[in-house]
Design a binder for this molecule. Sequence first.
Ligand SMILES: Cc1cc2nc3c(=O)[nH]c(=O)nc-3n(C[C@H](O)[C@H](O)[C@H](O)COP(=O)(O)OP(=O)(O)OC[C@H]3O[C@@H](n4cnc5c(N)ncnc54)[C@H](O)[C@@H]3O)c2cc1C
Length: 381
Amino acid sequence: MDFDLSDDLIAVRDGAREFAERELLPRAAASDEAEAFVEAQWKACGEAGWAGMSIPEAYGGQGLSAVATSLALAELSRACAATGVTVSVHLGLCSAALVRWGNEEQRRRYLPRLASGEWLGAYALSEAGSGSDAAALRCAATPDGAGGFVLDGSKLWITSGDHANLVVVFARTSNESKAKGITAFLVETSWPGVQPGKKEKKMGIRGSSTVEMRLDRVRVPAANVLGEVNQGFSVAMGLLDGGRIGIACQALGIAQACLEASVKYAKEREQFGQPIASFESIQWKLAEMALRIDAARLLILRAAWLKDQGRPHTREASMAKLDASRTADFCAKEAVQVHGGAGYTKEFPVERYFRDARITEIYEGTTEIQNLVIAREVLRG
Ligand SMILES: Cc1cc2nc3c(=O)[nH]c(=O)nc-3n(C[C@H](O)[C@H](O)[C@H](O)COP(=O)(O)OP(=O)(O)OC[C@H]3O[C@@H](n4cnc5c(N)ncnc54)[C@H](O)[C@@H]3O)c2cc1C
């Protein structure tokens, strides 16, 4: 048992922090304010190799482990949570689909472009009528008679949907079974019939684009069926195990930023002739934030380590996501409190952290759904 990070892991973490402070942090507030996609941040991630960090080297990526990727994702998110989710979805929900379920031809066709950041990836599972109950999706995939399919329907809440080049789309290929009638498809957004619809106006992570995606008679060739026909739901759920570690990292990064901002402010701000950091009630807030952040980090590293060992990690990924997202919410609320009235204004970043933190308890499975997943695993014994 060893709690020390190796020199290689420290180099990844510190490299990501240095990059994020230089390229992401200075742009985060402006992207949020303008509700503008993190274009420059994403480009910088591509140039510096972070867009392909977990993609195998054979396909142009850095081939980093899940532990190393987690350390880096938390650092990117500490500086800009909107960039954090953009990279997390690109890697954890799109590129990882090709790495794990793609055939060699599909990997060679798409992974190098995703690894370089030339292409951005997305994941389209949710629909208006199917969120937590994802297997209820209705988007239809009808055989085209030549081994391919024609997709018809509408996907909702698609992260990066209007900027992505490749989307892993889940659609219904059989009505005989709810979960076992779904297939995963690799859909290029330049194809006829793929249209971004309404763009959501969001509370937080406003530099991340969230859009409806309309699929109007989209022809998908046989070569773009991902995995087995009718086995797409296990692809969707398998991807979420990894994706949830990514969102846990996003939450951890936000929480860490909240703590650092609070410590700085508490030392600088004076009331009653002394820094507010000298008041016990402020110290307790900082201590509780630090405690919860450490606990979340350990849960994340355990889940990522299990993933690296090729061992089951559904329960551990859900625990990490549940705990880290609650931690982000808690730390963001306390950070605003430590800042007093200043924390309620846009003069200080904690106002943005407060809005950004909220989503981590909602997407890639709400807190309630993480509890269901954990309970199911616990009851299984
Ligand atoms: C900003 C953003 C980005 C997103 N990005 C993507 C993306 O890239 N791709 C994608 O496919 N989806 C994406 N989503 C969708 C996201 O995963 C869903 O919003 C989420 O899974 C919840 O579904 P819902 O919104 O339909 O809520 P609902 O499922 O309607 O849930 C509403 C409430 O009921 C609770 N609930 C539901 N079922 C149960 C139950 N069985 N037991 C207890 N409580 C329950 C929920 O926890 C929640 O509190 C995104 C969403 C947002 C907001």
